[in-house]
Design a binder for this molecule. Structure first.
Ligand code: RUQ
Ligand code: CUA
Ligand code: CA
Length: 639
């Protein structure tokens, strides 16, 4: 989409926006909060390129400065987009605290290189890319419980789990029978037993070469993954495609947007229908169909597939028509609404969750009877977040704004009352996708900070060539008025984020020796008669060499590894330093071998000694005054 600059608004804006620029100009933006009650609307001045946005204040702007040595109030988990990782920020300082490799490979930690990470990645380890969009933290009773974070990979159709006690990816599954996992959300109530995931693209079923030229036979599936085992429990075949989704706060329903009800394979075709739909899933009815054996399987997969298409008699889905090509779907934190953003329509559709029982029981005349309101928000609505005080905040891509609106006033307006529901439109820079407020994916939404994840940064940073960073803007929403307080550049490309309170996450400072993360490696050592905590041993097993060594700063337990050219060498390092933050590394020069070994961790990596000669290995995480001296030699005898 083109650069729709803030000065050339298209015609047909909602009336409330008229005169916004003259209403508050320049320095008048500060202190305008008091006028909101009078006018019902306030804008934050004309933020244009010629007038750079200034940080203003709701009175607590100083809170965003977290002084050196002090800790942030929230963890922010940002998707790493097509970089495939997850990034952890402290909120509100926006200091980047950690990166967690997930679908990518990581030079620093060895993710994608170590034996442990290869086991977790399984067959999909051969892919070195991912496209992570939607990170979500597990729930108990609608509140974040800090056990896990789950995230999708659109590029290679995967879902991964990150353990939040150690901030490491510990499970990954490739979802069968679908292509491109996009929308991903978690069961919120009673707790996260299911991870729900949308297969975005429609494909032949099975996709084994049949029906390639017959798109009318393409279908996609909605997927439920067991959050503990990370196995796909069941799938639901739907009409149309599946874009974004969310689950409710009762545990009964989930809903997904469909922008391709047409089943088209070209752009024009996907925009042909005036309406697409939101697909609503009845989780208990799907479970019942599976329990009663009312399912099929597809191709080689034995995952139960329940038929949720319109023609199915199973009554597990409903298709609620909404204006064409909807995108984001976000459950309001009061549990009342699924809110679908219109994208090609300036509206959002509010689906009243309390009416869904009647919908499934056939008590409503029309699917549209569950629509509580369809307020007009602005051009290109994409995603919505909440402050826990009855207000919703929707990003509008084409207008480059975040729009604050009141949900109950929108319903009253829809029902014919003359009330204004738009509270404020704030310019952001530029073209926002997702937005996120603190705790706003849980019933604990506290309405303090909101982030607008903008796709374009254009002129906001020092130029770095044709590829620009994205721009994630922090907005203070604690007062009546939204106030922009900070810009954070981000790299390709966080679609989505989730922000939880710091007390909701409990981490380990050092590894526990019985951690399942490296249990298979310990089992291999035991089979070799090796105690990795006490022994430094080289085991020769035909062409295979297994090296077990300890690391205690600044020493490796073994400093000479004699092997023969062509040997497959596995090096297992156990870091016996019990000291917080004392991580060692193991890197073999000229072999593409590198990994992290954190305190009390065991890590292993396997490579072929394919060149004769002397190759130094060294510790590549700075651990000691004699860190540079923490080395050894791989001695490769010619074959
Ligand atoms: S979805 S904005 Cu994955 Cu909107 Cu990206
Ligand atoms: Cu051990 Cu650096
Ligand atoms: Ca469409």
């Amino acid at each position: 989409m083109s650069d729709k600059h803030n000065d050339d608004k298209p015609a047909g804006k909602p009336a409330v926006n008229k005169g916004r620029r003259s209403f508050l100009a320049g320095s008048a933006m500060v202190g305008a909060a008091g006028m909101v009650g009078v006018t019902g609307v306030a804008g934050v001045g004309a933020l244009t390129r010629s007038q750079p946005a200034k940080a203003a204040s709701n009175g607590n702007v100083a809170d965003i400065h977290v002084p050196p040595g002090e800790l942030d109030e929230y963890y922010g988990f940002w998707s790493g987009g097509h970089n495939g990782e997850v990034r952890v920020y402290g909120v509100p300082s926006m200091r980047e605290i950690m990166r967690i490799p997930v679908f990518n490979h990581c030079s620093a930690t060895g993710w994608g290189m170590t034996d442990e990470s290869k086991r977790i990645m399984g067959d999909s380890h051969r892919f070195t890319n991912g496209d992570a969009h939607h990170p979500h933290v597990s729930y108990t009773d609608g509140s974040h419980d800090g056990r896990y974070l789950f995230i999708n990979d659109k590029a290679n159709t995967r879902v991964a789990r990150i353990r939040l006690d150690v901030f490491k990816t510990d499970k990954m599954v490739t979802v069968p029978n679908v292509q491109a996992i996009h929308g991903l959300r978690l069961q919120k109530v009673p707790r996260t037993n299911y991870v729900f995931a949308n297969g975005e693209y429609m494909i032949p079923q099975p996709n084994d070469g049949r029906d390639i030229n017959d798109p009318s036979k393409y279908h996609t599936l909605w997927n439920a993954i067991d959050a503990e085992t990370m196995e796909v429990k069941w799938q639901v075949m739907v009409d149309g495609n599946l874009d974004n989704m969310d689950a409710d706060y009762t545990g009964k329903y989930a809903a997904a947007t469909c922008y391709n009800s047409e089943g088209a394979v070209d752009l024009a075709g996907k925009m042909r229908a005036d309406r697409d739909w939101v697909t609503v899933f009845s989780i208990e009815r799907i479970e019942q169909a599976v329990a009663e054996g009312n399912y099929m399987t597809i191709g080689d997969s034995d995952v139960p597939v329940v038929d949720g298409r319109k023609a199915s008699g199973l009554n597990v889905t409903r298709y609620v028509p909404v204006p064409k090509n909807p995108h984001g779907l976000n459950t309001s934190t009061d549990g009342k609404y699924f809110i679908a953003a219109g994208k090609l329509s300036p509206t959002v559709s509010m689906i009243e969750i309390a009416k869904l029982d009647d919908l499934f029981e056939g008590k409503l005349d029309d699917e549209r009877d569950v629509i509580a309101a369809e307020p007009e928000i602005g051009l290109g609505p994409l995603h919505t977040t909440y402050d826990g005080r009855g207000n919703a905040y929707t990003t509008v891509f084409i207008d480059s704004q975040v729009v604050k609106w009141n949900m109950e006033d929108a319903v009253r307006n829809y029902n014919g009352e003359d009330v204004e529901y738009i509270r404020q439109k704030l310019d952001v820079h530029y073209q926002p996708g997702h937005n996120h407020a603190t705790l706003a994916e849980s019933k604990d939404a506290d309405g303090k900070w909101l982030f607008s994840l903008n796709k374009f940064s254009k002129d906001r940073y020092l130029p770095v060539g044709p590829l620009h960073p994205e721009n994630d803007q922090m907005i203070d929403i604690s007062g009546d008025e939204m106030v922009l307080v900070h810009d954070t550049p981000t790299f390709a490309e966080p679609h989505d984020a989730v922000i939880v309170r710091r007390d909701q996450i409990q981490t380990k400072q050092i590894w526990e020796r019985d951690d399942p993360y490296f249990a298979e490696t310990i089992a291999m050592a035991e089979a070799d008669g090796v105690n990795v905590e006490t022994d430094n041993k080289i085991i020769r097993d035909g062409n295979k060499v297994r090296v077990y060594m300890t690391s205690v700063a600044p020493n490796f337990g073994i400093t000479e590894i004699p092997v023969k050219q062509g040997n497959e060498v596995t090096v297992v390092v156990t870091n016996l330093d019990r000291i917080e933050d004392l991580t060692h590394g193991f890197c073999v020069v000229d072999h593409g071998v590198s990994m992290e070994i954190s305190p009390m961790q065991t890590a292993s990596i396997t490579f072929t000694a394919d060149k004769p000669g002397v190759f130094w290995y060294y510790c590549n995480w700075f651990c000691h005054a004699l860190h540079m001296e923490m080395v050894g030699r791989l001695l490769v005898e010619p074959a």
